[in-house]
Write a protein that binds this ligand. Structure first.
Ligand code: ADP
Length: 534
């Protein structure tokens, strides 16, 4: 343990010498004063809060021991006090105990008695300091919990400043933050006049705050600051007697400075206060950084939501504007195809196919938008799948025959109804069957089969097509994923069909799975819950 620093004030030479020898013999660091005034002077030469113990005679010619103790305590608030007194001044000694002295020794005394009183007082003082440290843990704990809570760049600085002011019993507290231009300005303050807050906008290397930031360590200022040329500019705040400035640093990044100050009439800050405030500053820096990140995240999210809204609007308008002319195109192509013959008929078939492709792309974009905006509502009822399957095949049959594919259906008559949304089932099966047709070369086959598997009805859409590589089996359900490189694509489509099918399936408690063998074919299965009895 470090050697205790003791100031001995005694006007009687013999007692002073005896006490001094005893203290030095016990390895204490001792300063001596022959009267009260000298004692106060000597105490001032110590850094604040560094003097641990005052041993003082009660009766001295100039200042009495009590006054000396009072005066010195203003600079060294945690000072321990031992009073030396004679029988004649017992009342005054008792008074001294009431005022905070720990012990008194009655003249005449032996040096071992004297040293015991000193040791007891120092021990008590250390316990008190430990206690005080532990007590600060409670507000610090509350504080760290609270600072982790509100993640708002507006309230956090105010919160930090309020806690600093309350816990430090400061007359004023302020939080300065570094802005994008490298300037420091006050973001929150308690107990400061508004004009000071508004005027404080300084360069990062100016003044105390700049000094503290540059050196990355706290600074305590006591008494008259005008004597220190670095801080002369704050001398105008003459009523400030004691102040602490601490840098707020997060991962080597200087965020700002936390300041607290006390006026003339309040006791000055101590080293213990710096300790407490340093912990507060560390928590505050983390909280500020969290709040900043949160703000950035919110901003990014807001921009994303805006873009998403624009995208959604665009799809909505574009699909509406495209659908009407497309419907006209399809209607006339179908009509003309029925009336045409020879090569013209073939050309019109191609027009029809291309228009159908365009229509399915538009339908996919619209479905995607409905899923993303939450507009895709489902209505679960008991549904028979046989008519849905034949409807889908009727619609896509022409595409299959043009591709020279054979299509077969196998739906047992007694297949139970399913609990589903009819539109959704139609959309999913449409997507699976049109893919089977699209990805199966001429003379291949597509089979649609329904079967019951315990409490599920499964619809398999099987083809003898190009197949899917094993590593792509899950990814094909991702939005815009296509096995073929977009530059070398032979087949139309934008890679949304399966993603939409799976997302829609989730809405109705259905599942889509796939098995496939490259160059042999694929089998997609839609599994639906069997309808309940009612
Ligand atoms: P699109 O067909 O518009 O590209 P999908 O989401 O419907 O988009 O399918 C994603 C990808 O999965 C397709 O690009 C294709 O590579 C692959 N795929 C889907 N169905 C089959 C199938 N029956 N046979 C082979 N590959 C398929």
């Amino acid at each position: 343990m470090a050697r205790a620093t003791i100031l001995l004030a005694e006007d009687e030479d013999s007692i002073r010498t005896m006490c001094f020898e005893a203290l030095r013999g016990a390895d204490y660091q001792v300063a001596v004063a022959a009267n009260g005034t000298e004692a106060v002077e000597t105490a001032r030469s110590f850094a604040p809060d560094r003097l641990e113990l005052l041993v003082t005679d009660l009766r001295m010619p100039d200042l009495d021991g009590l006054e000396v103790a009072r005066e010195i305590r203003r600079l060294h608030p945690a000072l321990g006090i031992v009073i030396i007194t004679g029988y004649g001044s017992m009342d005054a000694a008792i008074e001294a105990l009431k005022e905070g002295a720990s012990e008194f020794v009655l003249k005449p005394f032996r040096s071992d008695e004297f040293l015991e009183a000193i040791a007891r007082t120092l021990h008590k003082r250390r316990l008190e300091r430990e206690n005080a440290r532990l007590r600060t843990l409670i507000p610090l704990f509350d504080l760290s919990r609270a600072l982790m809570g509100p993640v708002d760049m507006e309230t956090i600085p105010q919160y930090i400043v309020r806690i600093a002011q309350e816990e430090m019993r400061a007359d004023s507290a302020s939080l300065m933050l570094v802005d994008d231009q490298g300037k420091l300005s006050i973001h929150a303050a308690e107990g400061l006049p508004p004009e000071v807050i508004l005027q404080t906008h300084q360069s990062i290397d100016e003044g105390i705050a700049g000094y503290v930031l540059a050196h990355r360590r706290p600074m305590i200022l006591q008494g008259d600051k005008s004597s220190d040329p670095r801080f002369a500019y704050i001398a105008r705040e003459s009523e400030v007697r004691s102040a602490i400035s601490l840098p707020l640093v997060y991962q080597d990044h200087a965020l700002g400075v936390l300041n607290v100050s006390r006026r003339e009439e309040t006791p000055p800050f101590t080293e213990g206060d710096i300790e407490f405030l340093s912990v507060l500053a560390t928590q505050a820096a983390i909280a500020l950084e969290n709040a900043r990140l949160f703000q950035e995240l919110q901003e990014a999210y807001r921009r994303l939501a805006e873009l998403d809204h624009l995208k959604s609007e665009f799809i909505s308008i574009a699909s509406h504007e495209l659908r009407a002319p497309l419907a006209v195109l399809l209607a006339y192509a179908t009509l003309s195809e029925a009336e045409a013959s020879g090569p013209l008929r073939e050309h019109l078939e191609q027009v029809q196919d291309s228009a159908m492709q365009l229509k399915s792309i538009i339908d996919e974009m619209v479905s995607l938008r409905r899923i993303d905006t939450g507009e895709a509502q489902v209505r679960l009822i008991n549904v028979h799948i046989a008519p849905i399957i034949s409807g889908v095949l009727e619609e896509l049959g022409p595409l299959a025959s043009r591709g020279n594919l054979s299509v077969s259906v196998d739906v047992p008559e007694d297949i139970p109804a399913v609990r589903a949304d009819e539109q959704v089932v139609r959309l999913i099966l449409s997507s699976l069957v049109s893919n089977a047709i699209k990805y199966t070369p001429a003379r291949g086959s597509v089979t649609v089969r329904a079967r019951q598997d315990r409490d599920r009805v499964c619809v398999d859409v099987e083809d003898t097509g190009i197949g899917i590589p094993a590593e792509a089996l899950e990814r094909i359900f991702d939005r815009f994923y296509q096995v073929e490189d977009s530059l070398r694509r032979e087949h139309g489509g934008i890679g949304l069909g399966l993603a939409i099918a799976r997302e829609m399936a989730e809405l109705i408690d259905a599942e889509i799975s796939v098995t496939s063998e490259l160059h042999k074919g694929s089998c997609f299965t839609l599994s639906l819950p069997v309808a309940s009895e009612d």
